[in-house]
Design a protein around this ligand. Sequence first.
Ligand code: RIB
Length: 299
Amino acid sequence: MNKKITVIGSLNYDVILKIPRLPFKGETLTANGATFSAGGKGANQAVQAAKLKTPTYMVGCVGTDASADFLVNTAKEYGVNVDYIRKVPGSSGMGVINAVEDGSVYACIVRGANFEVTKEDVDNAMPILKESGVCILQNELPVEIIAYAIDKAKEAGCTVVLNAAPAIELPEECLSKVDIFVVNEVEAEFYCHEKIDSVEKAKTEIKKMAEKYNNNVIFTLGKDGAVAYENGTIEFIPAMKVDAIETTGAGDSYIGAVSHSIIEGKSLIEACKFATKCSAITVCRMGAQPSMPTLEDVE
Ligand code: RIB
């Protein structure tokens, strides 16, 4: 397998508010603090893979606003190749995240430049897709671009990892072309039309989903861990017990780490065990990209 990763996805400027609880309607609540950091599921996953020393390309768009250079430069500083990030007129993507003291996260995103990614951007990335073993995609780009990117990544010979977040309707054929489908418990409910409220339920539903679309699947279950389906084997991988500070980007850390491990030749279940360690470190610091571990941190 080629030893590089291409991520085609979003870059967002994240404003993370640390709050004691959600405000009531009409109430003005004082936050305990705010963090401003580079985010976006695509960029986060690229940064995690790059921090683990996998050569990683990012394909996406930023705007011409104040945060655009910050988003590109931050990804570059963490080791991501940013040659395929295009600047388009207007605002960059944005994330506004309410991080509650009990560890729960309530997030909104603004699409901004992420919705300006075109089929031509994907075509321009063909040379790097052909050098990549894994292509990672998420749902923060237009659906037709996600569908097109899946086709082009398959044509280039990549293993396609789709993090179907946020949960949106996707054409059925997209799901069956994906090699590894990754969702959290909230997104899993959307795609399975069933409440995922226990590990046993996750195991039942992951089997149905994997068999329906003939692919491998990961359901991440927050502080409980994850369930993985790999070629007929289902395994629960418990999370490490840590004192979480802020969980934004934990899932992205997990996906970047899984993809890194697959490039290294690990099985999906082994990759999940490694990713569990990465996301355990990520939740112990504020922000998505700054908190993700390097290979040395994990070791
Ligand atoms: O997964 C976390 C990310 O989701 C944040 O960085 C935010 O920008 C949204 O894309």
